[in-house]
Design a protein around this ligand. Structure first.
Ligand code: G6P
Length: 612
């Protein structure tokens, strides 16, 4: 998400800051900005979009070579993606400049007071308040910058990684940290501060990790650390044992591959602290305000788009089978145009990684308009959908940059499993069943790690199949939606025409397509519908079709039936879609790469679709 870089020393600050911003690009952001001083002279630029846009603006300042500056990449939370909302932020007199990661919870109250004393605000951000507050404190009593920062931080509630400079003293920088990472790189007569060690490594490996509530004042040849109560803190730098190359996105040729490799971690982050294994219950704090109403619902409507919609379909199977609640899943884009029947005790669940998808938002508004209970599964904290739903569950997986959703999808599936237990246990699911599901869910990340070892094999498989123009993906029950997911991914990433079908529907149409040029990928784990899927495989083989299967480890029978098989570890039937995701994602990725496409930014697609 947001990234911070600051420099004070003897070298030219701007190239160091720009280099730092580029290193932080992998975190995802929507705008960037920088301020640098050389005596009285100031370079202050912001740009929406890529760091390269900022670079162009900075270039226009030609020979500027100040020795102090701060820079930021922003990932919007409070306020839209605009230059005004981008950091650095400044006060009324444009002397104080700062960059900030985190959230100032009580910003509105402080802002109102500052407006009363004559401050004028230009942005919608919570951060701008800090700039005015520090300005107010510093200028009113003519106190030191570090004292003004400390007094300001005493007044705010929230989280911060903060770097502050004052044009009137271009030889000083003040930094502070509270629940938002900030690392101080200590060089020879210089300091580089950043939210992520990767942006420091090029200059020094000697670092100080600030603790929460600590503030540091930096001058080119000395530093002092103290806490919010102004007590001195003694810290010595430590060596950062990191290889610069492995710390960069450069390890992965694409974000998509990086994010597929992050799938096990994404699930861990989404279920962390949410499994009460002893009582077989899911702990979903974000739903506590609607707990009673949720336990009484007659029906759950799920609305979402793209991959999130497919997650919703898997959720339908889970919730109906284990929580006993009827579920209806809609493409969000359809909800407002058909006439959905919402009963008084119905609820709507919206699922969205970005929390900004226009169609999903419209479906949510429709449900609110009809007065039913609303809840969400959302990744982007503070996004519109997260604010507009009555209650919800955050995914906690960090930014997803590849346009096609991968780690977000498995995270959503794991949260839907939690939701199944959450609702199910209030609706008569036994303690034993609750424990079983949660216990198995806790083992999924480790099984996903094992699946990652298949990457080379799947690459080889993808290379062999990359020449086909059509694919049929099929599965039953929990893995029917996964057939849709497999087909969607290969369409998006590799521009291959693919159909996703419920295996049972094969005889009602798709079987006519089968020949040696139309391979099928059948998801066929050893579950309650295994034999049915095997019959489908036999029917395809009898017609000369090619079959790749996803089967369960140890299933030798399937190996003898199909052309190629990818094995996944055994798990509960309802959780197989999570394990199936990873090979499907890898397969689509490698076919796309083999065909030479930009898999991170497929043509015509956007990561966050904010128009209808
Ligand atoms: C776009 C993305 C998909 C995503 C869908 C819904 O189409 O390319 O990967 O699944 O939007 O996005 P959301 O942010 O609502 O999950």
């Amino acid at each position: 998400m947001c990234g911070i870089v600051g420099y004070i020393g003897k070298r030219d600050a701007i190239p160091i800051l720009m280099d730092g911003l580029k290193t932080l690009e992998y975190r995802g952001y929507d705008s960037a900005g920088l301020v640098g001083f050389k005596g009285e002279e100031v370079v202050f630029e912001k740009a929406v979009g890529r760091v390269a846009n900022l670079d162009e603006k900075i270039d226009k300042h030609g020979g500027f070579s100040g020795n102090i500056g701060i820079a930021h990449t922003r990932w919007a939370t409070h306020g839209g993606v605009t230059e005004l909302n981008a950091h650095p932020h400044t006060g009324c007199n444009q002397n104080i400049f700062l960059v900030h990661n985190g959230i100032i919870e009580n910003y509105q109250k402080i802002k109102d007071k500052l407006i009363e004393t004559g401050h004028r605000f230009y942005s919608e951000t919570d951060t701008e308040v800090l700039a005015h507050l520090i300005e107010e404190l510093r200028d009113k009593d003519n106190i030191l910058l570090e004292d003004a920062v400390r007094l300001a931080l005493q007044k705010i509630k929230g989280t911060y990684g903060l770097v502050v400079v004052d044009k009137r003293n271009p030889y000083k920088m003040v930094i502070a940290r509270n629940f938002s990472p900030l690392i101080l790189g200590v060089g020879k007569d210089e300091f580089i501060v950043a939210s992520d060690a990767t942006a420091i490594l090029r200059s020094t490996s000697s670092v100080i990790y600030l603790n929460d509530g600590e503030i540091a004042v930096l001058e080119p040849d000395k530093y002092r650390i103290f806490n919010i109560d102004n007590e001195q803190v003694d810290r010595t730098p430590e060596e950062l044992d990191w290889d610069i190359e492995t710390a960069k996105k450069g390890d992965f040729p694409h974000y998509m591959l990086k994010e597929i490799y992050e799938e096990p971690e994404a699930i861990k982050n989404s279920i962390r602290g949410r499994l009460d294994l002893e009582n077989g219950k899911a702990v979903l704090g974000g739903l506590s305000s609607i707990k009673e109403d949720l336990s009484k619902i007659d029906r759950l409507h799920i609305s979402a788009c793209g991959t999130a919609y497919i997650a919703g379909l898997v959720g339908e199977y889970m919730i109906e089978e284990y929580a006993g609640v009827p579920v209806e899943v809609d493409y969000a884009s359809e909800v407002r145009y058909r006439k959905p029947i919402f009963g008084k005790r119905d609820a709507m669940l919206t699922i969205s990684q970005s929390g900004e998808t226009a169609d999903t938002l419209a479906a949510l508004y429709e449900a609110k308009e009809k007065g039913i209970l609303t809840l969400g599964i959302v990744n982007a904290v503070g996004s519109t959908i997260s604010r507009e739903t009555g209650a919800g569950v955050y995914q906690h997986i960090g930014p997803e940059i590849g346009v096609a959703s991968t780690k977000s999808f498995v995270s959503q599936l794991s949260i839907l499993a939690l939701l199944t237990v959450y609702i199910g246990r209030k609706k008569g699911m036994s303690l034993v069943m609750g424990k079983r599901i949660l216990d198995e869910l806790s083992r999924i990340p480790e099984k996903m790690e094992r699946l990652l070892k298949l990457n080379d094999g799947i690459k080889e498989l993808a290379n062999r199949y990359a020449g086909y123009n059509n694919f049929l993906y099929m599965g039953r029950k929990y893995n029917f939606p996964m057939a849709l997911e497999g087909a969607l991914k290969i369409k998006e990433i590799a521009y291959v025409h693919a159909e996703g079908y419920a295996s049972g529907e094969m005889k009602h149409g798709p079987i006519a397509l089968i020949d040696k040029n139309f391979p099928s990928l059948i998801i066929c784990p050893q579950d309650s519908v295994y034999e049915k899927n095997i019959s489908n495989i036999e029917e395809i083989k009898a017609r000369g079709g090619i079959v790749i299967a996803i089967g369960t480890e140890g299933d030798d029978r399937i190996r003898n039936l199909v052309d190629d098989v990818i094995y996944i570890p055994k798990t509960l039937e309802m959780l197989t879609p999570i394990l199936v995701s990873l090979p499907l994602h890898l397969f689509a990725y490698h076919v796309g790469v083999k065909k030479g496409y930009d898999v991170d930014k497929p043509r015509n697609l956007a990561k966050s679709v904010t128009v209808e």
